[in-house]
Design a protein around this ligand. Structure first.
Ligand SMILES: [Zn+2]
Length: 426
């Protein structure tokens, strides 16, 4: 047993001063107290925050981070779809061993940047020819191993990927992703779920890659059959072309179709939802579904801008993800979200809807709480008896944070800080 004293700890209600946390040898929290215990105390300098939640990751794409930032000799322009071709060539080449290595490197970097939990939106399921591995969950287990090696919690979400686009057969380059039917996919999902039970840092979610990657009747059928209370993720409305294709094949915009055909609820996490109209935005909020925003990737791919201010003002909830991993800093993701709104509105602190609000606090608490939902984690407070003590100390021994008034700590971290200001607690 060891008792730590924290000067300042971030809880759901905000900053709380002077807290004593007792942990056992496994670092599991035994007691959280406000009065001085009799045991020996180990003081911890700094501001304790729980780790960030990374609600959207494709680990293998870390292998291409930074290497597509220019035009190839034969190209005159570049966009999401040409980037996707490059992504497919990487996907075709990665062996299970390489996936584990890339994911381990990536997750170690995530932990260094302040993330304690990642949701892996995983669709690279099969071997180089597109045949299932003898162990159906081979590639998922590689990600689980990587999460253990890096010390990060993982929500593995094996994705259903069936076709190449609306009314299009799968492209041969997508062959490693494909399950032909709902039952084939559910078999894969169940194998991954079974494998996850061997890891105490892993849980599972379920989902479809996107409306363009699964036949509409099978999307409906899958979500009817899916377990009720696990997180459900899908990409939606990321690109304008995708919205146009959806309208011409399904007669509806993507979110409009989803609202009419699937029983959305608070377990759903719609990734990007960049191009939505007012009715779609309000429809999402009404169902309690959440949005996952990935600003550094969305910026890198030139996706467009999600109507964040309107969504937030109406009570919408969002988390953040690093998606392609072109950026890995949670502070940068949150800063980007706010700065794009500021640039559009030509004003400061637009997310502060009430006098006395602080932008950093709003962003941190929103991304953390909605992030937990995206992971399928239910918690009463940010630190709880019975869970491992995981978090970061925002260090005070630097010019940025020394003597910083407590109400400005999260703002300073998000707008001016970086991983160099975070000390991993355990
Ligand atoms: Zn994605």
């Amino acid at each position: 047993m060891k008792v730590y004293r924290f000067d300042n700890i971030l809880l759901k209600t905000g900053w709380t001063e002077e807290i004593y946390i007792t942990v056992d040898d496994e670092k599991v929290i035994q007691k959280i107290e406000t009065t001085l215990p009799e045991e020996e105390i180990f003081p911890k300098e700094g501001y304790l925050i729980p780790g960030f939640q990374n609600a959207h990751s494709h680990a293998f794409q870390y292998a291409m981070a930074g290497i597509n930032e220019g035009l190839s000799p034969e190209a005159k322009s570049d966009d999401f779809w040409s980037w996707r071709e490059n992504m497919y060539s990487i996907a075709l080449k990665i062996s299970p061993e390489e996936l584990e290595q890339v994911a381990t490197d990536l997750y170690i970097e995530m932990v260094r940047h302040g993330y304690t939990h990642v949701a892996e939106f995983h669709y690279l399921h099969h071997d180089f020819e597109g045949n299932p591995y003898e162990n159906l969950s081979e590639m998922s287990e590689r990600l689980m191993n990587a999460s253990v090696a890096a010390g990060i919690s993982l929500t593995i979400i094996p994705m259903f990927y069936q076709v190449g686009g609306f009314n299009l057969d799968a492209n041969p380059k997508q062959r490693r992703f494909i399950s032909q039917t709902v039952d084939e996919y559910l078999n894969l999902f169940e194998e991954v779920q079974k494998a996850s039970e061997n890891y105490n840092n892993v849980n599972v979610g379920i989902g479809v890659h996107s409306l363009r990657a699964v036949k509409p009747e099978d999307i409906i059928s899958l979500f009817k059959k899916a377990p009720a209370d696990i997180p459900k993720h899908l990409h939606i409305s990321e690109q304008e072309q995708e919205v146009r294709d959806c309208v011409s094949h399904l007669g509806k915009r993507p979110v409009e179709w989803l609202l009419e055909n699937v029983n959305l609820d608070e377990n759903f996490h719609l990734v990007h939802a960049t191009h939505i109209n007012k009715e779609e935005l309000e429809g999402i909020i009404k169902t309690g579904a959440n949005i996952v925003l990935c600003p550094s990737t969305e910026g890198n791919l030139g996706d467009g801008l999600f109507p964040l201010l309107e969504f937030f003002k109406k009570g919408g909830e969002f988390s953040i993800g690093t998606d392609s991993h072109i950026g890995l800093s949670p502070m940068e993701e949150l800063r980007w979200l706010d700065y794009t709104v500021r640039l559009i509105e030509k004003s400061r602190n637009p997310l502060c809807l009430n006098a006395g609000d602080y932008s950093g606090d709003i962003l941190y608490h929103m991304a953390y709480q909605t992030g937990l939902k995206a992971m399928g984690v239910t918690k009463e407070d940010y630190f709880e008896v019975g869970e491992k003590l995981k978090g970061y100390l925002i260090t005070k021994d630097n010019t940025l944070f020394k003597n910083k008034p407590i109400e400005h700590v999260l703002g300073t971290l998000i707008y001016s800080g970086g991983p160099e200001h975070l000390e991993r607690l355990i």
